[in-house]
Write a protein that binds this ligand. Structure first.
Ligand SMILES: Cc1ncc(COP(=O)(O)O)c(C=O)c1O
Ligand SMILES: [Zn+2]
Length: 429
């Protein structure tokens, strides 16, 4: 154990927490002795962390099922840092909602909107900031399309750790406001998410701060994999056939693959869970080679230009966790699908009006992908499919405001209330 290596290569104190964690490079395969957030391999590849879990499946099952904690820290035996470094917020322990049968397919939603800042990103922020706390690190920097920054800012406030975030020009105003409310230092860049990532790396290095940028920091995957653990536990270790993941950087996707692989290796599940990556037509570099409709076509986007889409959180032209995301699809015999803004907007309305769940467009994209693959006959009757509801609709109201404006009628005088009796019910999706 050599201690935490930060961006400027200065050593922080030895962390006993990380003694048993090893890292390997996803690009060149080199095993690294560094057992802390040294961020990337010398070759530029992202790292994958390995954490030995030695207990028997029976002992693990007993420990997990009888654990009194209802949060991601329930899965402490699989995590690289001890639970006592976590914040006082409850991150994880989110419900798995049974949405019933859709044309013979059994559908669930893992409702990650219930996390403290309203998105799945809290799992990564909670873990990275626990690592920071354990290592005596006082500042964490990152680039984000919005949710991850809001999440880091929230957990940073709870942990009293200094947080500085770099965000792209077109971040939705509610996300910007949320980050500021949590007291983080915000730098809005006149450019895309890729530009924000480049700036965040330089800033972290210059300040000697830890970089939490999704994918670059291998602990982000370790935090997010707890979502897969929870799904399996909530289905009594009878893992689903498919898990559908809205995908930008590909870090949630790679984390889900890792989570289910961990459970299989530990003997807790037997099934093979297939993953589906759903991307927006505005930016689909991960899905493109896997989607038969797009295979062979020129790339839809490049980092120099950022296409406009209502799904801003997954508008990622150069994914930060590309290699791991592709591996996740290959190793799970997964699928990928690309959806457009019209499908995503319709999915926002359907998730809300049909299921009572309000998701932001990037998150509802998962349901749009499910609908498209269902129509293509990808799912068999009786298949069990879990959508990951990655973020709340309350932070990005544009789509629903446009829909509401289209439906708006003149205000009714109170004395004219009888005119309401004959009104048709509000149109559903
Ligand atoms: C709501 C939401 N869904 C999905 C994603 C995609 O996650 P990833 O970038 O790890 O692919 C994000 C990322 O910002 C997000 O905020
Ligand atoms: Zn390497």
């Amino acid at each position: 154990m050599t201690g935490i290596v930060t961006g400027d290569d200065s050593e922080l104190p030895d962390l006993s927490e990380f003694r048993r964690v090893t890292a390997s490079c996803l690009a060149c395969g080199r095993r690294l002795s560094v057992t802390a957030p040294s961020l990337t391999c010398d070759c530029g590849g992202n790292l994958d962390l390995q954490q030995p879990v030695s207990a028997s499946p029976q002992a693990l099952r007993r420990a997990l099922e009888h654990c009194s904690t209802r949060s991601m820290w329930q899965f402490e035996p699989f995590l690289p840092v001890a639970a006592h470094w976590g914040s006082h917020l409850q991150v994880g322990g989110t419900p798995l909602l049974n949405l019933g049968s859709v044309q013979g397919i059994n559908l669930w939603l893992k409702d990650e909107t219930r996390n403290p800042s309203g998105s799945l990103k809290d799992r990564a922020s909670e873990l990275v900031l626990a690592v920071a706390a354990a290592g005596g690190i006082t500042e964490v920097v990152m680039a984000s399309t919005g949710n991850a920054a809001a999440s880091l800012a929230a957990v940073g406030a709870a942990q009293q750790t200094r947080v500085s975030v770099v965000v792209p020009r077109d971040i939705p105003v509610a996300k910007l406001a949320q980050i500021r409310a949590f007291g983080a230092e915000v730098h809005r860049i006149d450019g895309s998410y890729a530009a924000a990532c480049a700036v965040a790396s330089k800033l972290a290095k210059a300040r000697g701060a830890l970089n939490r940028t999704t994918g670059l920091n291998p602990f982000t995957r370790e935090g997010k994999k707890t979502c897969a653990y929870e799904i399996a536990l909530q289905l009594q270790w009878d893992a689903p056939d498919w898990v559908i993941v809205p995908t930008g950087d590909g870090n949630i996707l790679s984390a889900m693959a890792k989570g289910f692989a961990d459970l299989k290796a530990a003997g807790l599940i037997q099934q093979h869970v297939r993953l589906v990556a759903v991307q927006t037509a505005a930016a689909c570099p991960i899905a493109q080679p896997f989607d038969p409709a797009l295979r062979g076509k020129a790339s839809a986007t490049s980092s120099a230009t950022s296409s406009v889409t209502c799904a801003d959180s997954i508008n990622v032209a150069d994914p930060m966790d590309l290699q791991a995301a592709v591996l996740a699809l290959q190793s799970t015999a997964g699928q990928a699908v690309v959806v457009d803004d019209a499908e995503i907007s319709a999915a926002v309305m359907t998730m809300a009006a049909r299921f009572g769940v309000f998701l932001e467009p990037s998150s509802a994209a998962g349901y749009a992908g499910f609908e498209r693959l269902r129509r293509q006959g990808v799912f068999a009757a009786g298949d069990r499919v879990v959508l990951v509801g990655t973020g709340t609709g309350l932070k990005d109201l544009t789509v629903v405001i446009v829909a509401a404006a289209a439906q708006s009628a003149p205000a009714v005088h109170p004395d004219d209330w009888r005119s309401l009796i004959a009104q048709p019910a509000l149109a559903g999706p």
